[in-house]
Design a protein around this ligand. Sequence first.
Ligand SMILES: NC(=O)c1ccc[n+]([C@@H]2O[C@H](COP(=O)([O-])OP(=O)(O)OC[C@H]3O[C@@H](n4cnc5c(N)ncnc54)[C@H](O)[C@@H]3O)[C@@H](O)[C@H]2O)c1
Ligand SMILES: O=C(O)C(=O)C[C@@H](O)[C@H](O)[C@H](O)COP(=O)(O)O
Ligand SMILES: [Zn+2]
Length: 363
Amino acid sequence: MSETHVIPVHTPSRSYEVHVGRGLLGSAGSLVAKACPKVTHVALVSDSNVAPLYAKPVEESLGAAGIAVSAIAFPAGEEHKRLSTLGDILERMAQAGLTRSDAVVAVGGGVTGDMAGLAAALYQRGIQVVQVPTSLLAMVDSSVGGKTAVDLEAGKNLAGAFLQPLLVVADIDCLATVSHELLRDSCGEMIKHGVLADEKLFDMLRKDPVCAPGFDPDKLVGIVARNVEIKRDVVDADEQEHERRQTLNLGHTIGHAIEAASDFRLGHGSCVAAGLCCVARASARLGWCAQDVADRIVSCVEAYGLPTNTNIDHDTLLEYASRDKKRRADFVTLVVPTRIGAVELRRVSLEELRHVIDLGCGE
Ligand SMILES: NC(=O)c1ccc[n+]([C@@H]2O[C@H](COP(=O)([O-])OP(=O)(O)OC[C@H]3O[C@@H](n4cnc5c(N)ncnc54)[C@H](O)[C@@H]3O)[C@@H](O)[C@H]2O)c1
Ligand SMILES: O=C(O)C(=O)C[C@@H](O)[C@H](O)[C@H](O)COP(=O)(O)O
Ligand SMILES: [Zn+2]
């Protein structure tokens, strides 16, 4: 059995630990009690798929630590990451009688973490949230860094708040119940991390796809921990996304547009992978990176069987991409790979963004 990695995060608003290991669900209660002894009651928020799998062990572990649990489940799926679901969660937290010294425990994928986190940020103007990610994407990305959100008709994550968690407990054993498709989808964000900060990680992911059947869970512990460190370094340096944190949006300007325009039929990680290939192809054609960089990115995404392009029409992509949160007046900040392991931010006009879409998402 691999060791548990404990990764410290230090943002201006809060310091906390991310625990990555195996068999950790049973320790969730004692870890919460240690991180915040005043918590006596939590809302355990999960979706309709995850609740029957993992709510009970987490509830038992919290109970053993003397923490009362009110379980709240909502229907699974990105289409439920909406204000209406958030409203239901908040009403149920109030009915359960949660007070300001209590907490939300989010057990699930990124949709659960984003919504439960936002519920915690809003409830009585803010209570604590603990993230217990159960999808690979949530372990390597969404549970860390404090971005919470719901989608609006106009696009992804358009209403949200920053709330750093009190604690993150990522138990790799939860991935045993994840489908191959979801595991593969999550890899889009891991490839993104390799491209933006770590060529060695990128090469390792390329050589030995982590979504392959039988991939060693002990080895995965270390790979997840490395992804968390990459995100941590960025979040520590720029919690509120003034500059450097925008780099974590690599692949998302076009990726979020693909996701919203396809009515969320494609998973978030797959859309990020396609968006990453599009921006890499355009960057090579514009001379912002070498052709070899784009070729390596596309080849890695292909090796995972993730999409490398989109057939959504370019007007629609531009419409969604121009509502991106990286837009200021008529300019959008685009994240561009300069080599494998480094990116730069480029301020582009909407016309230039259209050109990038035409060059990157063409044949
Ligand atoms: N806040 C952030 O920093 C951040 C970062 C990346 C992505 N996100 C958001 O995360 C979301 C995508 O996350 P996701 O891919 O985890 O989606 P998700 O939460 O919808 O989970 C995908 C599916 O897997 C199921 N599932 C989760 N864990 C499982 C398990 N262990 N066993 C069986 N089924 C399981 C869920 O019920 C769901 O049906 C998007 O909304 C995206 O915008 C947020
Ligand atoms: O944590 C961040 O910062 C990220 O950008 C991580 C992304 O993978 C994630 O999808 C995030 O939710 C996107 O942020 P948004 O501000 O574009 O909604
Ligand atoms: Zn993302």
